[in-house]
Design a binder for this molecule. Structure first.
Ligand code: SAM
Ligand code: MG
Length: 214
């Protein structure tokens, strides 16, 4: 049977990237997606914005919703302070299997905890599974109609504290109108748009950074 796109992306990494070098893994994936096959990674352009937010927050607890092949997990984890682990959630077992290999190849397996399952089931278990009280940083990049219900769930589970940072990808393309309307109008958030482009294209897209005010 024909290979899948994530499997071909993994092959490119194994062939071209330097083992144990996260930057080389990132560049190899970006090159592959620009020149061979588009894939739904946050990509290099929005990735630079993601990097700067991660560095600014320097989180002790960090959660990613939607791992796919592990591109953004590698990107985030390489910038985390010593001792911090990124928890990343993925409900597609085929994607999770590829992501595990890409994370391992990058050498960041001790900084990333990939959990297989649906965000709606796992968010309420953050405390019992990981002893996490509150999250300093959340990257939202799973299915777009889940952003709003999942931040409401994060609120309900009291996983956000005053100053927690939410960073949401693809708020323009494919778009998350209900989420944007909520974070921009709720008095519980202070929200800002970072204009950019959809990964590996010239189409407008951007990231929304929202501070939880409590
Ligand atoms: N963050 C990745 C990156 O930039 O490299 C890309 C993630 S991709 C856009 C979205 C992923 O979220 C898909 O792999 C999909 O299977 C996963 N996903 C969608 N809804 C989910 C949910 N409710 N729980 C867990 N994973 C989900
Ligand atoms: Mg995305």
């Amino acid at each position: 049977t024909r290979s899948t796109r994530p499997q071909r992306l993994l092959k490119a990494v194994q062939k071209k990237a330097i083992k144990g070098d996260p930057q080389s893994v990132i560049s190899t994936i970006d090159y592959f997606c620009r020149h061979s096959e588009w894939a739904m990674n946050v990509g290099d352009e929005k990735g630079a914005i993601l990097d700067s937010v991660v560095c600014e927050v320097s989180p002790s607890t960090a959660l990613e919703l939607g791992t796919y092949c592990g591109y953004s997990a590698v990107r985030i984890a390489r910038l985390l302070p010593p001792g911090t682990k990124l928890i990343t959630l993925e409900f597609n077992p085929d994607y999770a299997a590829v992501a595990r290999q890409i994370i391992e190849y990058s050498g960041l397996q001790d900084k990333i905890c990939l959990v297989e399952g649906a965000s709606g089931d796992l968010i309420p278990k953050m405390q019992e599974l990981f002893g996490i009280k509150t999250l300093d940083f959340v990257f939202l990049d799973h299915w777009k109609d889940r952003y709003l219900p999942d931040i409401k769930l994060l609120e309900e589970c009291q996983l956000l504290r005053k100053g927690s940072i939410l960073l949401a990808d693809n708020v323009i393309c494919p778009g998350t109108p209900d989420y944007l309307e909520y974070v921009r109008n709720s008095p519980r958030y202070e929200s800002k748009y970072f204009k950019s482009h959809l990964e590996y294209t010239k189409v407008e897209d951007g990231l929304e950074k929202s501070v939880f005010l409590g």
